[in-house]
Design a protein around this ligand. Sequence first.
Ligand SMILES: Cc1cc2nc3c(=O)[nH]c(=O)nc-3n(C[C@H](O)[C@H](O)[C@H](O)COP(=O)(O)OP(=O)(O)OC[C@H]3O[C@@H](n4cnc5c(N)ncnc54)[C@H](O)[C@@H]3O)c2cc1C
Length: 412
Amino acid sequence: MKVLIAGGGVGGLTLALMLNARGIDVQVFEQSTEVRELGVGINTLPHAIAELEQLGLLPELDRVAIRTRRLIYKTGQGLDIVAQPRGTWSGLPSPQFSIHRGRLQRVIHDAVLDRLGPDSVQTDRRLVSFDDTGTGVTAVFENRRGEQFTETGNVLVGADGIHSAVRSMFYPDQGPPSWNGILMWRGATWWPQFLDGASMIVAGGMRHKLVLYPIAHDADRPGEALTNWVVCARLGDADTPLPSREDWSRMAPAEEALKMADEGQLSVPELDIRALIRATDEIFVYPMCDRDGLPRWSHGRVTLLGDAAHPMYPVGSNGASQAILDARDLADRLAEGGDPVAALAAYDDARRPATAAIVEANRSGGPERVIDFVEERAPDGYADVHDIATAEELRAIVGDYESLAGFASPGT
Ligand SMILES: Cc1cc2nc3c(=O)[nH]c(=O)nc-3n(C[C@H](O)[C@H](O)[C@H](O)COP(=O)(O)OP(=O)(O)OC[C@H]3O[C@@H](n4cnc5c(N)ncnc54)[C@H](O)[C@@H]3O)c2cc1C
């Protein structure tokens, strides 16, 4: 059995490691000329980390990331709503990690090269077409010079992100991703650490929001953390045309993010977010977008995985996490050794409904709905959140989401 994977992101590379661990031959094709540390911060949930732990990656993740200790929801003006322990601090067997997205990809990529060999990930190979012959798959990849390379395997997995070529070949009329009118300005810079140096803050609802969390420590920078921040602002609605194509590398001036923070009157007592934004060298802007669910991911010997299958709004930390869970399910089914077409169909049956529910929940804010709920009840603020909402009401919103996403802690 040989599996061809188009896309060397977190999803495709994790699948490669898992298939290799099950004795299945695998080859990854990545369109970029090299795997570089792109992106800013990302959170990876405990059930997905449990999978990476099984692959032996925990020590390396601990070296480059931070075990998220607490997630604190606040109003946009910094009033506390509810705080939740995360990962092992909530009683789960595995940690949650706050990590630079590029470092997460690097850790998995290095493990693939180490275990599968230096040729296992071929870069500068963009999938341009494929043919399911009934007994196998032939895939054509192209490099920057326009040269084409034909590869054959038993199965092809499209792990090629939100602009998946594989997906668009099955669904040529799907159109662009749908935008909810929210833009996100994102950056990371070294900054004096706030709270315990391992906590995450989400402040503000769906109109204006601030997200803050540390993603790395450095022994040479005591008392500081590489601090990831996101400022979100709703600039339109579902009918507003996308301002530009979704591109995780699009840069923006600091003034734009500062203007949005001011418009939303965003502030928290833990740190001066305006100073943090001004100190950030590279600021990226990205539209919050997803795609509608599909009637099928698997077609014969070809399937989709990760963002190619279920791009979702980045609330609730599920983007990379669900790609890793997809990989586990698919690897297990292919390892059973039966008909690969049946394995791909069973994977589709299991993972498509589970992830569709998260895509849907994220459209109404996911766990962060708790902030809108409180801001609606008390638009002018409060002395104590329990004057306006019960602990059960607050816990129900965040706890329901955790159950849906499959990582509810014992106390939820
Ligand atoms: C450059 C980049 C930066 C990101 N930064 C962040 C971030 O800061 N925060 C966040 O929450 N999420 C970020 N994301 C999204 C996040 O990585 C995903 O939501 C999540 O990790 C799921 O990953 P995935 O492997 O399914 O898709 P992706 O991470 O999107 O990986 C898909 C891979 O497929 C490759 N590819 C695309 N088309 C083809 C093709 N035709 N042939 C071969 N290869 C192809 C891409 O180059 C990419 O490496 C980023 C994604 C990218 C690509």
